[in-house]
Ligand binder design. Structure first.
Ligand SMILES: Nc1ncnc2c1ncn2[C@@H]1O[C@H](COP(=O)(O)OP(=O)(O)OP(=O)(O)O)[C@@H](O)[C@H]1O
Ligand SMILES: [Mg+2]
Length: 274
């Protein structure tokens, strides 16, 4: 995928949920794109619709949730339009997903080796044992795991939280997806491990030119990692632009209020973003 090529396009995406006999508006007219080699942050307070946006792309919305209008395109292919069954949207090969809690992606009864081989066998037709082994080791090395063999032979509970989240990221990228979506995937980690995961994502994006949609409520993290930021409020994208512009010269009050709520936020903090 060439850097800068449009990967994901959300066009006037409106998503509703049926609750009792009422329709709740979860997303309203969302416009957003992610290009190859780009990290787009989605920030906003709890309940603003970040997870709904992220999950709409991978078809992981609950059954009472539907696309009312608009569409989702991935590498030029229309995944979702009005009336499309959301459970049939892209998974696996073209989009990888990383959740807040690595245990959502990992089965406690399976060693890491088997997690990786199951994903590879599902997505790569006729892949042989040797290649599964080689690609499993390679992807863990790419995750900056020094002793891939030990990790491959471990069960999830035998690994630290940081390692488990690296394994979850490895599962999301081992099939070489064009786009990765991470929903609060660093929230449960300590600050040092968060920084490591952010550095790792930046490397993956810069080297493999994947697009990354990075959902977080943490503006500091978003400022460190993202090229562009979309600010969500009550189901709408109220502001979107280059990270420095949005965080240093916000145009809407809502963004200013979000920034004011961050302890120790200074213009200097956001200015360190390259
Ligand atoms: N299946 C559903 N049925 C009804 N309402 C829903 C459903 N899923 C989400 N919502 C509502 O939609 C709104 C947006 O939820 P969403 O989980 O997308 O927010 P979020 O920005 O990810 O919040 P958080 O930061 O807490 O993770 C919330 O008000 C939530 O209660
Ligand atoms: Mg959420």
């Amino acid at each position: 995928m060439a850097r800068g090529e449009a990967l994901l396009e959300l066009r006037s995406l409106t998503i509703t949920a049926s609750v009792a006999d009422r329709q709740l508006l979860l997303l309203r007219d969302v416009e957003l794109e992610v290009r190859a080699g780009e990290v787009v942050g989605v920030v906003g307070e709890s309940g603003s619709g970040k997870t709904t946006l992220a999950r709409s792309v991978v078809g992981l919305l609950e059954r009472n949730v539907q696309v009312a209008t608009g569409r989702i395109e991935l590498v030029g292919e229309v995944l979702v339009g009005p009336g499309t069954d959301l459970t049939h949207t892209a998974r696996g090969r073209s989009v990888g997903m990383v959740f807040q809690d690595a245990s959502r992606s990992l089965n406690p009864l399976m060693r890491v080796r088997r997690h990786l081989s199951e994903v590879l066998e599902r997505h790569v037709d006729g892949i042989g044992r040797d290649e599964v082994r080689a690609r499993s080791t390679e992807v863990l090395r790419r995750m900056r795991i020094d002793d891939p063999d030990r990790v491959l032979d471990s069960y999830p509970h035998q690994l630290s939280g940081g390692l488990r989240q690296r394994v979850a990221i490895a599962l999301a990228v081992v099939t070489n997806p064009a786009l990765v979506i991470a929903d609060e995937c660093t929230t449960a980690l300590d600050v040092t491990t968060q920084a490591e995961v952010v550095a790792l994502f930046r490397e993956l994006v810069d080297e493999l030119h994947i697009g990354l949609l990075f959902v977080t409520h943490d503006l500091m993290l978003a400022s460190d990692l993202c090229d562009r930021i979309a600010v969500m409020s009550q189901g709408e994208v109220v502001e979107v632009g280059p990270t420095d512009q949005v965080l240093r010269h916000p145009t809407v009050d809502y963004t200013r209020r979000l920034l004011a709520a961050v302890p120790h936020w200074t213009e200097g903090a956001s200015a360190t973003h390259a």
